[in-house]
Write a protein that binds this ligand. Structure first.
Ligand code: URC
Length: 307
Protein backbone atom coordinates (compact mmCIF):
# COMPACT_ATOMS: atom_id res chain seq x y z
CA UNK A 1 0.00 0.00 0.00
CA UNK A 2 1.40 3.38 -0.91
CA UNK A 3 0.23 6.88 -0.14
CA UNK A 4 1.67 10.21 -1.17
CA UNK A 5 1.59 13.16 1.21
CA UNK A 6 3.65 16.24 1.94
CA UNK A 7 5.70 15.47 -1.15
CA UNK A 8 6.63 12.06 0.22
CA UNK A 9 5.53 8.56 -0.53
CA UNK A 10 4.87 5.95 2.16
CA UNK A 11 4.83 2.28 1.28
CA UNK A 12 3.86 -0.14 4.01
CA UNK A 13 2.88 -3.72 4.72
CA UNK A 14 2.72 -5.75 7.87
CA UNK A 15 2.43 -9.36 8.85
CA UNK A 16 3.68 -12.20 11.02
CA UNK A 17 6.74 -14.19 10.07
CA UNK A 18 7.58 -17.82 10.80
CA UNK A 19 4.45 -19.02 12.52
CA UNK A 20 5.27 -22.66 13.11
CA UNK A 21 2.54 -25.26 13.12
CA UNK A 22 2.44 -29.06 13.01
CA UNK A 23 -0.75 -30.83 11.87
CA UNK A 24 -1.68 -34.49 12.24
CA UNK A 25 -4.48 -36.02 10.21
CA UNK A 26 -5.92 -39.43 10.95
CA UNK A 27 -7.82 -41.47 8.40
CA UNK A 28 -10.68 -43.80 9.34
CA UNK A 29 -8.37 -46.81 9.36
CA UNK A 30 -6.09 -45.09 11.91
CA UNK A 31 -3.22 -44.13 9.57
CA UNK A 32 -1.65 -40.77 10.35
CA UNK A 33 -0.24 -38.15 8.03
CA UNK A 34 1.74 -35.18 9.25
CA UNK A 35 2.93 -31.78 8.06
CA UNK A 36 5.10 -29.18 9.77
CA UNK A 37 4.93 -25.69 8.33
CA UNK A 38 6.55 -22.33 8.95
CA UNK A 39 4.02 -19.76 7.75
CA UNK A 40 4.76 -16.10 7.00
CA UNK A 41 1.90 -13.72 6.38
CA UNK A 42 2.06 -10.25 4.86
CA UNK A 43 -1.04 -8.11 4.50
CA UNK A 44 -1.44 -5.14 2.21
CA UNK A 45 -4.06 -3.01 3.88
CA UNK A 46 -5.20 0.52 4.32
CA UNK A 47 -3.76 1.36 7.73
CA UNK A 48 -1.94 4.62 7.07
CA UNK A 49 -3.48 6.38 10.14
CA UNK A 50 -1.41 4.01 12.29
CA UNK A 51 1.80 5.28 10.72
CA UNK A 52 0.84 8.91 10.48
CA UNK A 53 -1.46 9.62 13.45
CA UNK A 54 -0.83 6.72 15.83
CA UNK A 55 -4.39 5.54 15.15
CA UNK A 56 -4.43 1.72 15.17
CA UNK A 57 -8.13 1.31 14.50
CA UNK A 58 -7.62 -0.36 11.12
CA UNK A 59 -4.73 -2.62 12.07
CA UNK A 60 -5.20 -6.37 12.03
CA UNK A 61 -2.85 -7.36 14.85
CA UNK A 62 -0.04 -9.66 13.79
CA UNK A 63 -0.93 -11.73 16.85
CA UNK A 64 -4.39 -12.25 15.34
CA UNK A 65 -2.72 -13.40 12.10
CA UNK A 66 -0.75 -15.97 14.09
CA UNK A 67 -3.89 -17.25 15.80
CA UNK A 68 -5.64 -17.50 12.44
CA UNK A 69 -2.98 -19.97 11.26
CA UNK A 70 -3.88 -22.29 14.14
CA UNK A 71 -7.64 -21.84 13.64
CA UNK A 72 -7.38 -22.62 9.92
CA UNK A 73 -5.07 -25.58 10.59
CA UNK A 74 -7.67 -26.92 13.02
CA UNK A 75 -10.40 -26.42 10.40
CA UNK A 76 -8.54 -28.52 7.80
CA UNK A 77 -10.14 -31.80 8.73
CA UNK A 78 -8.40 -33.63 5.88
CA UNK A 79 -4.81 -33.51 4.72
CA UNK A 80 -4.22 -30.46 2.58
CA UNK A 81 -1.26 -29.21 0.52
CA UNK A 82 0.46 -26.12 1.87
CA UNK A 83 -0.37 -24.31 -1.38
CA UNK A 84 -4.09 -24.88 -0.71
CA UNK A 85 -3.60 -23.91 2.93
CA UNK A 86 -1.89 -20.68 1.84
CA UNK A 87 -4.66 -19.95 -0.68
CA UNK A 88 -7.26 -20.51 2.07
CA UNK A 89 -5.45 -18.13 4.43
CA UNK A 90 -5.14 -15.51 1.69
CA UNK A 91 -8.82 -15.85 0.87
CA UNK A 92 -9.67 -15.45 4.54
CA UNK A 93 -7.62 -12.30 5.14
CA UNK A 94 -8.79 -10.58 1.95
CA UNK A 95 -12.48 -11.37 2.46
CA UNK A 96 -12.81 -11.11 6.27
CA UNK A 97 -11.16 -7.67 6.56
CA UNK A 98 -12.47 -4.84 4.44
CA UNK A 99 -9.21 -2.87 4.59
CA UNK A 100 -7.05 -5.79 3.42
CA UNK A 101 -6.54 -5.62 -0.33
CA UNK A 102 -4.02 -8.43 -0.74
CA UNK A 103 -2.33 -11.16 1.28
CA UNK A 104 1.02 -12.74 0.59
CA UNK A 105 1.46 -16.09 2.30
CA UNK A 106 4.81 -17.89 2.31
CA UNK A 107 5.19 -21.38 3.72
CA UNK A 108 8.15 -23.67 4.13
CA UNK A 109 7.46 -27.31 4.87
CA UNK A 110 9.83 -29.33 6.98
CA UNK A 111 10.71 -32.50 5.04
CA UNK A 112 9.16 -35.13 7.33
CA UNK A 113 8.90 -38.34 5.32
CA UNK A 114 6.95 -41.44 6.21
CA UNK A 115 9.17 -44.04 7.81
CA UNK A 116 9.68 -47.44 6.17
CA UNK A 117 10.57 -50.41 8.37
CA UNK A 118 11.64 -53.58 6.55
CA UNK A 119 10.06 -52.18 3.39
CA UNK A 120 6.73 -51.51 5.07
CA UNK A 121 5.40 -47.98 5.50
CA UNK A 122 4.84 -47.00 9.12
CA UNK A 123 1.36 -45.88 10.19
CA UNK A 124 2.53 -42.97 12.33
CA UNK A 125 6.35 -42.80 12.10
CA UNK A 126 8.23 -40.09 10.18
CA UNK A 127 11.88 -39.14 9.68
CA UNK A 128 13.42 -35.89 8.57
CA UNK A 129 14.54 -35.78 4.94
CA UNK A 130 16.69 -33.10 3.35
CA UNK A 131 15.28 -30.79 0.70
CA UNK A 132 12.40 -28.47 1.58
CA UNK A 133 9.17 -27.64 -0.23
CA UNK A 134 8.31 -23.94 -0.31
CA UNK A 135 5.41 -21.86 -1.58
CA UNK A 136 4.47 -18.23 -1.98
CA UNK A 137 0.85 -17.34 -2.71
CA UNK A 138 -0.55 -13.87 -3.36
CA UNK A 139 -4.32 -13.47 -3.12
CA UNK A 140 -5.99 -10.20 -4.05
CA UNK A 141 -9.43 -9.08 -2.96
CA UNK A 142 -10.58 -9.38 -6.57
CA UNK A 143 -9.81 -13.13 -6.46
CA UNK A 144 -6.67 -12.68 -8.58
CA UNK A 145 -4.05 -15.17 -7.59
CA UNK A 146 -0.38 -15.97 -8.01
CA UNK A 147 0.96 -19.31 -6.86
CA UNK A 148 4.63 -20.23 -6.89
CA UNK A 149 6.11 -23.35 -5.39
CA UNK A 150 9.67 -24.34 -4.97
CA UNK A 151 12.33 -26.52 -3.56
CA UNK A 152 15.32 -25.60 -1.45
CA UNK A 153 18.44 -27.54 -0.57
CA UNK A 154 18.25 -30.29 -3.17
CA UNK A 155 21.88 -31.42 -3.00
CA UNK A 156 22.98 -33.61 -5.92
CA UNK A 157 26.36 -34.82 -7.10
CA UNK A 158 27.67 -36.98 -9.92
CA UNK A 159 31.21 -38.30 -10.03
CA UNK A 160 31.64 -38.26 -13.83
CA UNK A 161 29.89 -37.34 -17.11
CA UNK A 162 30.67 -33.68 -16.58
CA UNK A 163 33.19 -31.34 -18.17
CA UNK A 164 33.91 -27.71 -18.91
CA UNK A 165 35.70 -26.68 -22.12
CA UNK A 166 35.91 -23.86 -24.62
CA UNK A 167 35.51 -21.01 -22.11
CA UNK A 168 37.35 -17.67 -22.35
CA UNK A 169 41.12 -18.05 -21.88
CA UNK A 170 43.15 -15.00 -21.05
CA UNK A 171 46.08 -14.02 -18.88
CA UNK A 172 43.99 -14.53 -15.73
CA UNK A 173 42.89 -18.05 -16.61
CA UNK A 174 44.47 -21.11 -15.08
CA UNK A 175 41.51 -23.55 -15.06
CA UNK A 176 42.36 -26.47 -17.36
CA UNK A 177 39.78 -27.65 -19.86
CA UNK A 178 38.30 -31.00 -18.93
CA UNK A 179 35.81 -33.61 -20.06
CA UNK A 180 36.08 -35.45 -16.75
CA UNK A 181 35.13 -33.84 -13.47
CA UNK A 182 32.80 -34.06 -10.51
CA UNK A 183 29.55 -32.07 -10.69
CA UNK A 184 27.90 -31.05 -7.42
CA UNK A 185 25.23 -28.49 -6.67
CA UNK A 186 22.44 -27.61 -4.29
CA UNK A 187 19.40 -26.79 -6.38
CA UNK A 188 17.01 -24.02 -5.37
CA UNK A 189 14.02 -23.97 -7.70
CA UNK A 190 10.89 -21.90 -7.81
CA UNK A 191 8.15 -22.32 -10.36
CA UNK A 192 5.03 -20.35 -11.09
CA UNK A 193 1.71 -21.97 -11.79
CA UNK A 194 -0.50 -20.58 -14.55
CA UNK A 195 -3.65 -20.46 -12.37
CA UNK A 196 -4.54 -16.80 -12.08
CA UNK A 197 -7.77 -16.79 -10.13
CA UNK A 198 -9.22 -18.57 -7.12
CA UNK A 199 -11.78 -20.21 -9.41
CA UNK A 200 -9.13 -21.83 -11.64
CA UNK A 201 -7.34 -23.75 -8.86
CA UNK A 202 -7.61 -27.53 -9.36
CA UNK A 203 -10.10 -29.08 -6.95
CA UNK A 204 -8.15 -32.36 -6.73
CA UNK A 205 -6.94 -32.86 -3.16
CA UNK A 206 -3.16 -32.79 -2.78
CA UNK A 207 -2.76 -31.66 -6.41
CA UNK A 208 0.15 -29.39 -5.45
CA UNK A 209 1.89 -32.07 -3.36
CA UNK A 210 1.73 -34.38 -6.34
CA UNK A 211 3.13 -31.66 -8.64
CA UNK A 212 5.95 -30.93 -6.20
CA UNK A 213 7.05 -34.58 -6.16
CA UNK A 214 6.83 -34.83 -9.95
CA UNK A 215 8.73 -31.59 -10.59
CA UNK A 216 11.43 -32.78 -8.19
CA UNK A 217 11.63 -36.07 -10.07
CA UNK A 218 11.96 -34.34 -13.46
CA UNK A 219 14.70 -32.05 -12.08
CA UNK A 220 16.63 -34.95 -10.56
CA UNK A 221 16.17 -37.34 -13.52
CA UNK A 222 17.37 -34.65 -15.94
CA UNK A 223 20.39 -33.81 -13.79
CA UNK A 224 21.55 -37.44 -13.59
CA UNK A 225 20.36 -39.02 -16.86
CA UNK A 226 19.55 -42.75 -17.07
CA UNK A 227 20.96 -44.93 -14.26
CA UNK A 228 23.49 -46.90 -16.35
CA UNK A 229 24.83 -44.45 -18.88
CA UNK A 230 24.02 -41.06 -17.26
CA UNK A 231 24.15 -37.96 -19.43
CA UNK A 232 27.12 -35.72 -20.26
CA UNK A 233 27.01 -32.19 -18.86
CA UNK A 234 29.11 -29.63 -20.77
CA UNK A 235 28.49 -27.02 -18.03
CA UNK A 236 26.23 -26.25 -15.09
CA UNK A 237 24.57 -23.70 -17.37
CA UNK A 238 23.63 -26.38 -19.91
CA UNK A 239 22.37 -28.81 -17.28
CA UNK A 240 20.34 -26.05 -15.60
CA UNK A 241 18.70 -25.21 -18.93
CA UNK A 242 17.92 -28.88 -19.67
CA UNK A 243 16.30 -29.18 -16.25
CA UNK A 244 14.19 -26.03 -16.65
CA UNK A 245 13.14 -27.00 -20.17
CA UNK A 246 12.15 -30.51 -19.06
CA UNK A 247 9.87 -29.06 -16.35
CA UNK A 248 8.10 -26.68 -18.76
CA UNK A 249 7.79 -29.45 -21.39
CA UNK A 250 6.25 -31.87 -18.92
CA UNK A 251 3.89 -29.60 -16.94
CA UNK A 252 1.58 -27.36 -19.00
CA UNK A 253 0.26 -25.66 -15.85
CA UNK A 254 3.72 -24.29 -14.98
CA UNK A 255 4.41 -21.01 -16.77
CA UNK A 256 7.94 -20.28 -15.59
CA UNK A 257 10.73 -21.71 -13.49
CA UNK A 258 13.75 -20.19 -11.83
CA UNK A 259 16.74 -22.32 -10.93
CA UNK A 260 19.76 -21.48 -8.81
CA UNK A 261 22.54 -24.03 -9.07
CA UNK A 262 25.78 -23.13 -7.30
CA UNK A 263 28.76 -24.99 -8.72
CA UNK A 264 30.16 -26.64 -5.59
CA UNK A 265 33.77 -27.40 -6.32
CA UNK A 266 35.64 -30.59 -5.54
CA UNK A 267 39.31 -29.84 -6.11
CA UNK A 268 41.80 -32.43 -7.40
CA UNK A 269 44.39 -33.50 -4.82
CA UNK A 270 47.98 -33.55 -6.03
CA UNK A 271 50.73 -33.80 -3.41
CA UNK A 272 54.41 -33.62 -4.14
CA UNK A 273 57.72 -32.64 -2.64
CA UNK A 274 60.61 -31.31 -4.73
CA UNK A 275 61.80 -34.86 -5.12
CA UNK A 276 58.71 -37.01 -4.94
CA UNK A 277 55.17 -37.19 -6.26
CA UNK A 278 53.19 -38.46 -3.24
CA UNK A 279 49.63 -38.34 -4.56
CA UNK A 280 48.87 -38.00 -8.26
CA UNK A 281 45.28 -37.06 -9.04
CA UNK A 282 43.61 -39.68 -11.18
CA UNK A 283 39.96 -38.59 -10.86
CA UNK A 284 39.90 -40.20 -7.46
CA UNK A 285 40.97 -38.10 -4.43
CA UNK A 286 39.31 -34.69 -4.03
CA UNK A 287 39.22 -31.78 -1.61
CA UNK A 288 35.53 -31.02 -0.98
CA UNK A 289 34.86 -27.28 -0.59
CA UNK A 290 31.85 -25.09 0.02
CA UNK A 291 33.39 -21.71 -0.71
CA UNK A 292 34.00 -20.05 -2.94
CA UNK A 293 31.44 -21.60 -5.25
CA UNK A 294 30.28 -20.75 -8.74
CA UNK A 295 26.85 -19.12 -8.74
CA UNK A 296 24.74 -19.95 -11.72
CA UNK A 297 21.08 -19.06 -11.99
CA UNK A 298 18.51 -18.57 -14.71
CA UNK A 299 14.79 -18.51 -15.27
CA UNK A 300 12.84 -19.89 -18.18
CA UNK A 301 9.32 -18.70 -19.02
CA UNK A 302 6.79 -19.51 -21.65
CA UNK A 303 6.18 -16.60 -23.98
CA UNK A 304 2.40 -16.44 -24.14
CA UNK A 305 1.26 -15.54 -27.62
CA UNK A 306 -1.15 -12.63 -27.48
CA UNK A 307 -4.08 -13.63 -29.71
O1 URC B 1 29.90 -25.46 -15.45
C1 URC B 1 30.65 -24.49 -15.23
N1 URC B 1 30.25 -23.23 -15.54
C2 URC B 1 31.02 -22.12 -15.32
O2 URC B 1 30.59 -20.98 -15.65
C3 URC B 1 32.27 -22.34 -14.73
N2 URC B 1 33.28 -21.52 -14.38
C4 URC B 1 34.27 -22.27 -13.83
O3 URC B 1 35.35 -21.84 -13.37
N3 URC B 1 33.92 -23.59 -13.85
C5 URC B 1 32.68 -23.65 -14.42
N4 URC B 1 31.86 -24.70 -14.65
Amino acid sequence: MAEEMKGMRLEQRHGKARVRVGRVWETEDGRHSFAEWSVSITLLSDCLPAYIHGDNSSIVATDTMKNTVYVKAKECSEQISMEDFAIGLGKHFTSFYEQVTAAIIKIMEKPWERMYIDGQSHEHGFKLGSEKHTTEVTVKKSGALLVTSGIEGLAVLKTTKSGFEGFVRDKYTILPETRERMLATEVTASWRYSFESLSSIPAKPLYFNDRYLNVKKVLVDTFFGPPKEGVYSPSVQSTLYQMAEAVLARFPDISSIQLKMPNIHFLPINLSTKENLIVKFEDDVYLPTDEPHGSIEASLSRILSKM
